[in-house]
Design a protein around this ligand. Structure first.
Ligand SMILES: Nc1ncnc2c1ncn2[C@@H]1O[C@H](COP(=O)(O)OP(=O)(O)OP(=O)(O)O)[C@@H](O)[C@H]1O
Length: 365
């Protein structure tokens, strides 16, 4: 067996999402051959890649079928999270992907989804930050049990920067930790916009694979301000299955798709898709209608990222400062992990196939 044999064999293994082979994509390194033993490393586009097992099997089969049927093949994985940023990186310089979690309608579980998406990415091995930019109802302080904590400041190149808190393996910052809870809700118009701009640029996130931003509900000036301040890699839209929520989700889809904005939609996730009682985990009750989010994704040709059940433990965990991803309910965890895996895959696809997002230059009044 030679290195060339191995590379030739691996050029038959496709990266399942990117539609090209591992060798063309430069994803194979460190090939070591010793008799019938061969080891190499595959560099993934995201540590949260759920396709590892499939790729491992495909690599082993390729070597055994095309090179040496007796080969003992060891596949190591490492990752270099893809990024599509080509801006001067003046804002959030070390952040590879900026993912905004949005919803048309309030109360559909956007914050819950954003928090658990961040935690699931981190569980997959990524370095992750969660920014709660919901100035009208910041919920990260309660969801992570950090209410009342005050972040530290640090001097970075002569500028006072806010240091994020760390919890459950992710960095987090909420506008709710910087202002009095009662004051945040009265911000409107330019005051809200300048607060959000400052909040985004004054936090020192360091190096991150993903920064997940929990946006305010709806589609308003705050969203435009954010997209004018940072190059958002893509948005994840959260909806619930009932028609009133779907109608509002359509407004969100329309907003991000507008020619002047044109921020890619990574996909749509349906929260509270069905109710599952803890004592009867196989029973599903479609309280708000069945598959509404899935149909919407199909209608707009968007990636559908999954259905998250309505379970009591998600609400309880959120209120107790222990989000579902770090709780002990396997059903909600599995649904959230599958969702995050699909989101990570679609982010990698987006980075491979689309032009980089520019900070939008649309005028607001
Ligand atoms: N899948 C779920 N199962 C059970 N409870 C849930 C689920 N998703 C969210 N919740 C609960 O619903 C409530 C609203 O969720 P959340 O705060 O995440 O919504 P939101 O869309 O961010 O709200 P807002 O519009 O205020 O920003 C919370 O109490 C949360 O714990």
């Amino acid at each position: 067996m030679t290195e060339a044999d191995i590379l030739k064999a691996l050029s038959n293994v496709q990266e399942p999402d990117l539609g090209k082979d591992l060798v063309t994509l430069n994803m194979v390194k460190d090939i070591v051959i010793d008799g019938d033993d061969v080891a190499f490393t595959v560099i993934l586009t995201t540590p949260a890649c759920p396709m590892k097992d499939m790729m491992q099997t495909a690599c082993i089969n390729a070597v055994r079928i095309l090179v040496n049927k007796n080969a003992n093949v060891t596949v190591h994985f490492t990752s270099n999270t893809s990024s599509n940023r080509k801006d001067a990186q003046s804002v959030l310089p070390g952040v590879k992907n900026i993912i905004a979690v949005v919803s048309g309608k309030g109360g559909v579980g956007k914050s819950t989804i954003a928090a658990n998406l961040a935690l699931a990415f981190a569980k997959g091995g990524a370095s992750v930050g969660l920014m709660d930019a919901d100035i009208y109802g910041p919920s990260v302080p309660i969801m992570f049990g950090v209410r009342g904590e005050r972040p530290m400041m640090k001097d970075v190149n002569g500028k006072g920067m806010i240091m994020p808190l760390e919890r459950y393996g992710i960095k987090l910052m909420s506008i709710g930790l910087l202002v009095d809870e009662k004051n945040a809700v009265v911000w409107r118009g330019p005051m809200a916009s300048s607060a959000i701009r400052q909040f985004v640029t004054d936090v020192d996130w360091g190096n991150l694979d993903y920064l997940v931003i929990d946006m305010p509900p709806g589609t308003g000036d705050i969203h435009l301000t954010l997209m004018q301040t940072v190059p958002v890699t893509g948005v994840v839209i959260v909806t619930t299955p009932q028609n009133v929520a779907l109608a509002d989700a359509k407004k969100g889809i329309a907003m991000f798709g507008q020619a002047q904005i044109n921020v890619p939609i990574i996909g749509l996730v349906e929260n509270m898709a069905y109710f599952t009682p803890a004592e009867l985990p196989n029973n599903k009750y479609y309280l708000f209608g069945k598959d509404g989010g899935k149909r919407l994704a199909d209608e707009y040709d968007l990636p559908f990222l999954g259905q998250i059940p309505l379970v009591q433990s998600i609400r309880e965990g959120g209120d107790a400062g222990v989000p579902a991803m770090v709780g002990d309910d396997p059903i909600s965890k599995k649904a959230l992990e599958d969702f995050a895996g699909l989101a990570a895959r679609n982010i990698a696809v987006r980075n491979a196939n689309m032009a980089s997002t520019k900070v939008i230059e649309m005028e607001t009044n």
